[in-house]
Structures are given as C-alpha cells and as structure tokens.
Write a protein that binds this ligand. Structure first.
Ligand SMILES: Cc1cc2nc3c(=O)[nH]c(=O)nc-3n(C[C@H](O)[C@H](O)[C@H](O)COP(=O)(O)OP(=O)(O)OC[C@H]3O[C@@H](n4cnc5c(N)ncnc54)[C@H](O)[C@@H]3O)c2cc1C
Length: 428
C-alpha cells in the first residue's frame, strides 16, 4: 500500500485546540515515483482478474487529480468495484505481484483531497463511489440508533435518508458532498465537533479490506487496533468498505447567527466560553476577514445581498474582523424556548452589537450550506481552480501569538478564500 504525506495532531495538556483552516501556498509536492517496470504484464494480469465490477486502463484522467488541483498523477488503472470481494481480489493480486511491481493502490472517495492523497501514480485507484451498499442505506432505530452505509456513500445522501426517519448523524463536515471513507480516513471536523467529537468519534463499527486483501469487521471491542488505526488513518491501514455510524434525533429547523468582533482575544474568549457550556449552541465556528470591504460577498456567507438589516449595512473598512457563527437546533413547537435560550447565550457575549445577524432555516439547508457556494462558484468557473488549503490544530497556549503574527503581520488579505477558526475540546 502507498504512503502519503500527513498532518499529525499534537497532544498537549491544553483543554482546547483551535482548528484553523486557511488558504496557504504549500511547498511540499508528494513524491510519486512508483512507475511500474513492466506495465503491459501488470496490465494484462489485472485485466485477467475475475471481477463483478471492472477495471479501466484508458479513461483514467478523472482519477489523476483531486479538488486541490495542483498535481497530475495518472494511475495505470481504475477499479470500479461492484462488491467487497472485487477490492479484496485486486489488493491480494497486487500483494502477490510483490514489491518489484512497485504498484501502489489508493482508495478514492469523492476525490476532494487537497494534496494528492487519493492519487496513485501509475498504480491502481479504487473508485469507492461505485461500491454499492448491500441493501441501500440501512437505518436501525432504538435507544442507540445507527446507519449502515458503504464506504463510498456521500454524506449528503446519508442525511437525506436518515431525515426520513427523523434521525441524523451528529457530527459533520462543512461540506457534505464527500464520502464516508474519505472523511473517516481524516477526522471529519465542523462546528459540532466541540460537542460530539469529530466524525471518527461517532462510528460503532467498520468493515475493512486490509493490505492483505482480507475483509475484516472491527470495532472498539473487535479488532480494536485495526479500528483505531483506520479511523483518521489517511487510507494507510485498510480500505473502509462499510461503516456503522451513530445517529441522534434530527431537529426540523436551526437558528443561525453571526456576529462580528474587532478584537481577537474577545472573539476567542467568547468562542471558548460557548464550547465549555453544557447547554449552549449546537454549532460553533468562526472566520477571519482581513482587509476586505465586500464583507457580505463571502462565498460561504449566509447574508443575502438584499438583506436590509443593520448587520448587512456594517462596513468593515478593511479592518481585520472575526466572525463568530453559531447555531441552535429546534423543532417548530420549541421556537419560544429556543429564542429565550438563544437570547440568554448571546447576552453572555461581547460582540459588536450592530453586527448581529440571524436567520431561521431548515436543518438540511443549514448542513448543506457550502453546496450553495459550490453552485455559485461553478457558474463562474471558479470551483475547479487550484486550492492550496491548509488545516491546522493549534494548542490554546499558542493561539494568541499565532493569530497576532498570521492575521496581523503575515496575511495582507483573504480575498481568495475563507479562513475558518474555531475551538474544539481535546476531551472529545
Ligand atoms: C469544499 C470542501 C470543504 C471541506 N470541508 C471540510 C470540513 O469542514 N471538515 C473536514 O474535516 N474536512 C473538510 N474537507 C476535507 C475533506 O473532508 C477531505 O478532503 C476528505 O478526505 C474528502 O473526502 P473524499 O470522499 O473526497 O475523499 P478522497 O479525497 O477521495 O480521499 C481522501 C483520503 O481518504 C482515503 N480514502 C478515501 N476513501 C477511502 C476508503 N473508503 N477507505 C480508506 N481510505 C479512503 C484516500 O485514499 C485519501 O487518502 C473539505 C473539502 C472540500 C473540498
């Protein structure tokens, strides 16, 4: 199996980390020198495998790049599996070819990695999205409800299916058009992580094809070492063919609030205050705006251009501003108590009063919010541009120094994309 470059999480004694997501130009290019010494022999040996799905050798362009769009590494072949046994067969075959073939394997979910993690230069890419769930997306109700899904399933489809039963996964990414296997190989972090942990903390069981081509079931109790290695394992410890994900009750609606700060310490203190509360908001994120006048034109913005509230008239005058984004879930009959709780929580914060903006939207609309940005960017031809993005977990002890240097001294603007910044509890 191949190796990839990776980000590692630091373990320190601070209670919280701030997850920072930034647009940066990275200098590291993943080394992919695994060229097969004898392509035609390898190709015909792969071609002769007895599969329910199929292997393509010609139409490999789509699997030669990812959302990061900074590297082109064409594979030798793409496997489109129709069963777990197809994946086992191919992995076992490559193992038997031995190290002289230099053939690498990469599972590919939706290909939304940023730095070539789902590419296999002259190797075999496994297109996980063609692996069907056994009986579709299977939901189990009860005291601890869960859903069983294929590793190649998109989170947006899981949300749509579970909502039909009044249920939903608890922890999300900001963008839902990503696969289960893709985000569980990383962490899956969004504004719910402070409360429920990242997505990898909300998995009961996995079915894995190991590097030997064996299909193995694992959980905290069954093959726990494999279970904990694969979750957040960057695709290096096995291929996730199936996952059992914990569910909770789904709210109908959300109250979605944004407020601005001009001072990082106040912003950061308020964010940490909110994630320390037992009964607070259900989602806490934030972003940084540097030297921008078109504050409301942000591609991730929930503000609408026609909005006439005081918040929409706020002028940033090019200052560095910090936006706190919070959400409270509720069902229609709970609107009054939700409003009271929200007012109380807001009264504990020190944002710029004239910048309060709120809206009420259906739960699914809120969760799928980045997709609206995608549609707008696609229409302008701006979705498939290079994305030099970076995710960092910075310990609480260094965050003030980090923010001062980076937001005030290094970056001169963020006109080309979002900078998200928000705290997560280490205990989750
Ligand atoms: C617009 C956008 C917004 C994003 N927002 C967030 C966010 O809010 N929070 C967050 O945490 N991340 C976010 N991400 C990052 C995203 O979660 C990761 O890039 C994720 O890996 C992409 O999933 P994918 O299905 O496209 O995986 P791919 O890019 O196809 O694969 C990612 C990695 O997982 C491996 N892999 C894929 N499928 C499997 C499998 N079944 N078994 C084993 N390994 C597998 C691949 O080999 C590769 O190493 C965002 C990405 C984009 C493009």
């Amino acid at each position: 199996m191949r190796l990839t470059s990776s980000l590692r999480f630091h373990r320190q004694n601070n209670k919280t980390f701030l997850r920072i997501f930034m647009i940066l130009v990275l200098s590291c290019i993943p080394g992919r020198t695994n060229l097969c010494s004898n392509h035609s022999d390898t190709r015909s040996s792969l071609d002769s495998l007895d599969l329910e799905g199929y292997i393509t050798f010609d139409d490999v362009h789509n699997a030669s790049k990812d959302f990061g769009n900074r590297y082109q590494f064409p594979p030798l072949a793409i496997l489109h599996p129709k069963s777990v046994s197809d994946i086992s067969t191919v992995v076992r075959h490559i193992l038997h070819l031995g190290s002289t073939s230099n053939l690498t394997v990469a599972a590919r979910g939706h290909g939304h990695s940023l730095q070539g993690q789902a590419l296999a230069h002259q190797g075999v890419v496994i297109n996980m999205e063609s692996l069907p769930s056994h009986d579709g997306i299977k939901i189990y109700k009860g005291t601890q409800p869960y859903v069983d899904v294929s590793g190649g399933e998109l989170w947006i489809n899981i949300l749509r299916e579970t909502l039909k039963h009044g249920l939903s996964p608890k922890s999300w990414t900001d963008y839902l058009h990503l696969t289960v296997g893709g985000t569980l190989s990383n962490a899956g972090i969004s504004g719910q992580a402070f409360k429920h942990g990242p997505q990898i903390n909300n998995v009961y069981q996995l079915e894995i094809v190991t590097g030997k081509g064996e299909a193995v079931t694992c959980s905290k109790k069954l093959n726990p070492e494999l279970f904990h290695s694969v979750l957040g394992g960057l695709g290096q410890f096995g291929i996730i063919t199936r996952a059992r994900i914990s569910l909770g009750p789904a709210p109908h609606m959300v109250k979605w609030i944004r407020v601005l700060y001009s001072n990082f310490s106040t912003f950061s203190r308020d964010q940490e205050h909110l994630i320390s509360k037992k009964k607070g908001f259900d989602f806490v994120e934030g972003s940084v705006t540097i030297n921008r006048t078109d504050l409301l034109n942000n591609w991730r913005s929930s503000f609408t251009p026609n909005d006439s509230t005081e918040a929409s008239q706020f002028k940033s005058d090019g200052k560095t501003l910090y936006c706190l984004e919070v959400v409270k879930y509720f069902n229609k009959e709970e609107a009054n108590s939700m409003n009271q709780e929200t007012e109380k929580l807001l009264s504990e914060l020190s944002y710029i009063p004239s910048t309060l903006f709120s809206s009420v939207v259906p739960y699914i609309e809120f969760l799928d919010r980045v997709h609206l940005g995608e549609i707008k960017l696609r229409a302008k031809g701006l979705w498939e541009v290079p994305h030099p993005w970076l995710n960092l977990l910075v310990p609480k002890s260094s965050i003030f120094e980090f923010a001062t240097e980076v937001f005030n001294n290094i970056l001169t603007s963020n006109n080309n994309g979002p900078i998200l910044i928000y705290p997560v509890n280490q205990s989750k």
